[in-house]
Design a protein around this ligand. Sequence first.
Ligand code: P70
Length: 498
Amino acid sequence: MNFGRAVIWVADSFYLCRTHFYYLPECLPELQAKKILMVKEHTRSWAEPFKIKMVELLKMTTPAQRAKAIKEAGYNTFLLRSEDVYIDLLTDSGTSAMSDAQWSGLMRGDEAYAGSKNFYHLDAVAKKYYGFKYIIPTHQGRGAENLLSQVMIKKGDVIPGNMYFTTTRLHQELAGGRFVDVIIDEAHDPESLHPFKGDIDIEKLASLVKKHGADKIPYVCVATTVNMAGGQPVSMSNLMALRAFTAKHGIKVMLDMTRIAENAWFIQQREKGYSRRSVASLVKEICSYTDGATFSGKKDALVNIGGFLALNDKDKFEEASNLVVVYEGLHTYGGLAGRDMEAMAIGIVESVQDDHMDARIGQVLYLGSELAERGIPIVRPIGGHGIFVDAKKFLPHLKQTEFPAQVLAAELYEDAGIRAMERGIVSAGRNAKTGDHYYPKLELVRLTIPRRVYTQAHMDVIAESVERVHERREKIRGLEMVYEPRYLRFFQARFKKK
Ligand code: P70
């Protein structure tokens, strides 16, 4: 990274990188006391390190068309047709724009059933950038989660993790295990300015080990970044402490490395001693404190489909590469076309470039600061892949059982055709034993930013739309769930207005 150009010291509290001011670890206590998140004082504008070669035209809709569409979708944004959406912030998963290099990689797809040369390319790139010994491609992240859970978890096991993720927890449960949250308390507080809200609370982990015994804990699942907490990063020092603690007890560490490059960028920006390190080198260091990983290439790696399971243990690798033929496909394609593996190999390299990451998270921070300036309650600090609006604060007159985040996501669609995702009580699901809803502390609407897809003008439209909905928030009514599927209910549940 070119520091002369990218970073200027200002006073003794802030430093400027091309995009924004970020705070330094040294002055955190002071900043937390003042509740300052960032100071906006650009010297120069920043811009993306690419230009646009092809565009996808969008359909513009009227308010009446949108009101009809969201009603027909049962007030669930997952059930909207994408052609009825203007700005699609449902997810950053599989929605990125590929580069010209990736598109040309598609043309080099070797669609042999076995031993495709694209597999060997992916295998070499993943080993080079992440440092794991063995790679098994899967169709996407949850394919890898299924394999990992099946080869590692026995009935009655406990799997600690830094906050649950929906698919990860479900696969752990289907394999007979039980997820236990050991993230630091700050992660559940949308207003805490802790710079690494994804950190694992080693004390909580220690008492879990004491209670159940290390034999019942096959691994700790650590996610970089933590999606459900708002895209919050884990610090390098926490990963090291986790490694030291688990090594003492003979427990493995498995990484959910879905947004690892974003996590590495936050370490570079915020953690003492890392500001001169490249994102690429930080990514590799993170992996070095773990024994394996599940990866959804649909996020960081800038592809529309793909993932892998990485392992260092030869026996577990052999077991998993046998199992993959049952669920995904042969171990040299794992449910992917050769061309998809090629695009992912190229995307991995692009994903760890400092310039790319500056622009990617710079855009998220831009939207976040626009919303914060308008008085919209959002999770702070702003995370890596999107802005998480605090629906409990936005709609304080609604009970959690009236699904405030679901309501807000539907309202945003009606206002300007912006599609967001509920990340609250509907996503949390029910306790399998008692049948009760889980009541998560965080009731959020995620405005997820796809990589390299939307412009700054789109960000302005989004901020204005959220502001408009905020202005009429008191008139907004709750929802009632009228259809609830058994698994991952948020995808297909239907609602009606109260
Ligand atoms: C999202 C997507 C996927 C994901 C993730 C983390 C931290 C694993 C995966 C699974 C898609 C999604 C998935 C479930 C519910 C809503 C949305 N996250 N770990 O939008 O990867 O999708 O490839 O199987 O974020 O956040 P995959």
